[in-house]
Design a protein around this ligand. Structure first.
Ligand SMILES: [Zn+2]
Ligand SMILES: [Zn+2]
Length: 106
């Protein structure tokens, strides 16, 4: 929801969709694979902002064999989707609620 549109401003400087700061260096801005918005990407892990991450696409079902760039919110969402797509739930959620509490050794 950005209503700030400067007339005459093209693709000179992109503003990060995560932290909202403008980044004059296009090499440090990447487009999110999920929301298609620009965000800070620090390719060499040097000094500078890093508002996203690289998702290594290893799912053959999606027919994707490369890397997906995701901003931080989308990366988290992607990670959760991948976690929920696992054949078994994580141990924390796998514990049955009807397990007797305080039970000793049988
Ligand atoms: Zn940023
Ligand atoms: Zn995104």
């Amino acid at each position: 929801m950005s209503t700030k549109t400067a007339p005459g401003e093209g693709a000179a400087a992109a503003a990060c969709a995560v932290c909202g700061a403008a980044e004059p260096d296009p090499r440090r801005i990447a487009l999110c694979y999920g929301c298609r918005r620009p965000f800070h990407l620090n390719p060499d892990s040097g000094p500078g902002r890093d508002c996203g991450d690289v998702w290594a696409g290893s799912s053959a079902e999606e027919g994707f064999t490369g890397l997906e760039l995701h901003c931080a919110p989308c990366f988290e969402q992607r990670r959760r989707e991948a976690a929920s797509a696992l054949p078994f739930p994580p141990p924390a959620a796998a514990a049955p609620p009807d397990r007797p509490a305080g039970g000793g050794a049988p």
